[in-house]
Design a protein around this ligand. Structure first.
Ligand SMILES: [Fe+2]
Ligand SMILES: [Fe+2]
Length: 168
């Protein structure tokens, strides 16, 4: 049994995960439109993972006798200044998600909901990986610094990423 408050907090987080997918699909479109298929693939896989995160939370809430109530998602951003801009926005978004996951874990602890506290430990670890991944790709892009052949190589590397696999 989950409290109404925890149910609401996870309900909101479920929507944030679905919004993350929505945002990352928009980033994937941006790259497809620029013929950077590898970058597009990276964000498509990223979006698919966000749906998986949302579904984990969806299933958990129902498993503890709560209910997910679906509401609207915000419109994602579709326009970006550069490849680097996309990754910086993705990192900023992941940091925002981390703060929200931390707040849920804190609330779970405060009300003695150890099941929810335990369930979200996976997400705590996942957020460390998500932020680290975005930071490493930003560092690479800064090294590349507009060099077209290096960007092409990175595009090829990111093409190889598949769902459930760590990226470059
Ligand atoms: Fe996520
Ligand atoms: Fe994420």
């Amino acid at each position: 049994m989950i409290s109404e408050k925890m149910n609401q907090l996870i309900n909101d987080q479920y929507h944030r995960e679905m919004f993350s997918a929505h945002q990352y699909f928009a980033m994937s479109s941006y790259f497809l439109d620029k013929d950077l298929d590898g970058f597009a693939n990276f964000f498509r896989v990223q979006a698919e993972e966000e749906i998986m995160h949302g579904l984990k939370q969806f299933d958990y809430v129902h498993e503890v006798d709560g209910k997910i109530t679906s509401g609207p998602l915000e419109a994602p951003e579709n326009e970006f200044e550069s490849v680097l801009d996309v990754f910086e926005k993705a990192l900023g978004h992941e940091r925002y998600i981390t703060q929200n996951i931390n707040a849920i874990v804190k609330a779970a602890l405060e009300e003695g909901d150890f099941a929810t506290h335990n369930f979200f430990q996976w997400f705590i670890e996942e957020q460390v990986e998500e932020e680290s991944l975005m930071r490493s790709l930003i560092a690479k892009l800064k090294l590349i610094d507009g060099n077209t052949s290096a960007l092409y190589m990175m595009n090829e590397e990111l093409m190889a990423r598949k769902a459930g696999q760590e990226a470059a």
